[in-house]
Design a protein around this ligand. Sequence first.
Ligand SMILES: *Cc1c(COP(=O)(O)O)cnc(C)c1O
Length: 369
Amino acid sequence: MIPFLDLRPAYAELKEGIDAAMLRVAASGWYVLGAEVAAFEQEFAAYCEAKHCIGLGNGLEALELVLRAWDIGAGDEVIVPSSTYIATWLAVSATGARPVPVEPDLRTANLDPELVAAAITPRTRAILPVHLYGQPADMDPIMELAQRHDLKVLEDVAQAQGARYKGRRTGTLAHAGAFSFFPTKNIGALGDAGAVTTDDDRLADRLRTLRNYGSKVKYVNIEPGVNSRLDELQAAILRVKLPALDVWNDRRRALAARYLERLPGIPGIEAPHVPQWADPVWHLFTVRCRDRARVTAALDAAKIGWLIHYPIPPHLQQAYESLGIKRGALPLAERIADSILSLPIGPHMLGAHVDAVIDVLRQAASPSS
Ligand SMILES: *Cc1c(COP(=O)(O)O)cnc(C)c1O
C-alpha cells in the first residue's frame, strides 16, 4: 500500500518544534498579527530572496488581494492559464475582472508565452502565470511582454515554494508572487494560510492595509478592506517547517529523478519535460497517459494512490458557464485534463515506492508480460 500523500510523517518529523510553537502561541495571549507573523514574514521573504512578505489568510485571497491592490476590477481582463487549479481564475473573477484563458505548452503544462502575446487586448491589465505542479513557468518572455504593454504580472506560486527559474526563486520573478500554505503544499500549515512576496514597497503597504479591514491605525479605516490575516498559530508552525523546506524539496527531487530515470520506454506513458532553465520542486509528479483508465485500474489493484490534477478545466466548470467557453475551445487544457495522472510523491515517500509504482505502470502497459 502506497498512499498518494500522507501528511502525518511531516508532523512526526518536526513534532517537538511544532508542539512547542503551538504551546508558545497558546500561552502568549496574542493570536492575530503579532510577533510570530512578523517573524515568519521576515524569514519567508529572506528564503524567497524577496524584499517583503505579507502573511494572508490563504492562497486564493493572496491572489485576489494583489489584483485588488492594483485596482483591477470590472471591465478589466487578466490573462490566466487554461490549465490550472480553478483558484487562479476565481481570484480574477472575485475582483470583477474577466479571466482570459491562454493555452499551455503541452510538454510542461505551463503558459505558452507566444500565445500570451496573442491574447493581449486594450482591456488587459495583468498576466497571472502559474508554476503548475512545482515547475516554473517561462517567465522572461512573459515579463518582456508585460513591460512592452505596461501590464502587471502576478505569479501563482501555490505549488512551487522554493523552485528556481534561471537560478532565481519563484515569487520574485514578477511584480508579486502569491503563495498558499494549504496543508498539502510543499510547505503547509496545519490549516489555511497564505502570503504574498514582492519587492514593491507600495504594494506591500497596501496589502497590509487591505488584509486588516483597510486599516493601518486601529479603528481608522482608509479603504474597504477584508479580513485575510495569517494567524499567529499557523505562522509559528510555518516557522518550524520553513527550515525543512529545502530538505523536503530535495527529497522530492530525488524521487522525481528516480521516476524520470525509469519511465522512458514504458509505452503509453509520457514523462514530464523539464526545460534546462527550470529547477522544479515537484509539488506533483504528473505523467500523461494514452489509456488512463487502464493505468488507474492497475494502480487501484496494487493499492497505490493517485489523483488527477485536474479532471475538469476551469472553462468547463459550471462555475464558469457564464463565460460561454465551449468544449473544444481550449483543446490543450482539455487534452491535459483527459490524460494527466499524478503519481505519489512527497518528502516522506521512499525510493523503493517509486520502483513499486513503476513496476505497476510497466505491467499495465504490457499486461501479457
Ligand atoms: C492551492 C492552490 C491555490 C489556492 O490556495 P488556497 O490556500 O487553497 O486558497 C491557488 N492556486 C493554485 C495553483 C493552487 O494549487
